[in-house]
Design a protein around this ligand. Structure first.
Ligand SMILES: Nc1ncnc2c1ncn2[C@@H]1O[C@H](COP(=O)(O)OP(=O)(O)O)[C@@H](O)[C@H]1O
Ligand SMILES: [Mg+2]
Length: 235
C-alpha cells in the first residue's frame, strides 16, 4: 500500500526518483552500494548538488577526497560547489582513516554538534566501508555503525552512506551490516554481456515505508553525472 503521507526528497537522479515514486523518505539513512567505479562518489555529489539547488544545506563527509578534490570532481560534472561553500550552505569534512582514534572521537563528539549547528538537511558519507576499516573487531564495527546511523537519524537529516561490496558477492556490503541498519539500499552493479562491453545498472533493493519499483535499469555516467536509461534494457 502506498503511504501518501510520506514526505520525500529527490535524489537528483531522475530515473531513480521515478523508481522511488518521488524520492527517498525524508529523514531516512540510506546506502548506495557498489564496486569500485560504479559511481558511488558521483551519486553522493549529485545528491548533495540536488539539495543545494533546492536551497537545502548539505554536508559532504569524505574519507577519500579532501575539499579541493571534491570541488574538482564536482566541476567535472558541471557542479560548481565553491559558491555554496562560500555561502556556508555546504560543508566538506575530510576524515583521515590513518588516524583511527582521532577519527572515531571526532565522529562521537564533534560531528553531532557540527551537523546540528550547521542544520544540514542532506548528509553524504563516502564511504562507510573506509570508516569501518578503523574498527578492530566485528563487534566494534557493528557498534560504530549503529552509533553513526543513530546519531545521524537524531539530527533529522536525510543521509546517504556509500558502501563497498564484497569482491566475491557484489550484492552484499563488505561488512554485511549496513544493508540491515539502513532504511534503504540502492545497488549499483556492473553487468557484462561478453568481452566487449560492460554496462552499469541500478536497482532499489530496499526502501522502508514506501512502495518502490524493483526494476533493474541501466545507467551511464556522463558529463552531467548519473543518468538512468528508463527505456533501456539490461543485458
Ligand atoms: N566527468 C565524467 N564524465 C563521464 N564519466 C565520468 C566522469 N567522471 C568519472 N566518470 C566515470 O565514473 C567513474 C567513477 O565513478 P565514481 O563515482 O568515482 O565511482 P566509485 O565512487 O563507485 O568508485 C569513472 O571510473 C568513470 O568511468
Ligand atoms: Mg568513490
Amino acid at each position: 500500500m502506498v503511504n501518501k503521507d510520506v514526505e520525500k526528497i529527490k535524489t537528483g537522479i531522475d530515473g531513480l526518483d521515478e523508481m522511488l515514486k518521488g524520492g527517498v523518505p525524508k529523514g531516512h539513512v540510506f546506502t548506495v552500494m557498489g564496486e569500485f567505479g560504479t559511481g558511488k562518489t558521483t551519486f553522493s555529489l549529485q545528491y548533495i548538488w540536488e539539495g543545494l539547488q533546492k536551497d537545502e544545506s548539505g554536508i559532504f563527509i569524505s574519507l577519500e577526497e579532501d575539499r579541493d578534490a571534491m570541488i574538482e570532481t564536482g566541476l567535472s560534472y558541471g557542479w560548481d560547489f565553491q559558491p555554496y561553500l562560500d555561502e556556508n550552505q555546504l560543508a566538506v569534512k575530510k576524515l583521515t582513516p590513518a588516524d583511527a582514534e582521532a577519527t572515531i572521537n571526532k565522529i562521537k563528539s564533534d560531528l553531532p554538534q557540527f551537523i546540528e549547528d550547521f542544520d544540514a538537511e542532506r548528509i553524504a558519507i563516502d564511504s562507510v566501508s573506509l570508516l569501518n576499516m578503523l574498527a578492530d573487531t566485528p563487534q566494534q564495527k557493528r557498534n560504530q555503525l549503529f552509533a553513526l546511523s543513530k546519531m545521524i537519524k537524531d539530527t533529522g537529516a536525510t543521509a546517504l552512506l556509500t558502501a563497498e561490496v564484497k569482491d566475491e558477492n557484489p550484492t552484499s556490503s563488505r561488512d554485511g551490516l549496513i544493508e540491515y541498519t539502513a532504511d534503504g539500499v540502492v545497488l549499483l552493479r556492473y553487468n557484462q554481456s561478453d568481452m566487449e562491453e560492460v554496462q552499469l545498472s541500478i536497482q532499489v533493493i530496499k526502501m522502508r515505508r514506501i512502495d518502490h519499483s524493483r526494476k533493474i535499469k541501466p545507467f551511464v555516467i556522463t558529463d552531467n553525472g548519473i543518468e538512468v536509461q528508463m527505456e533501456g534494457a539490461i543485458f
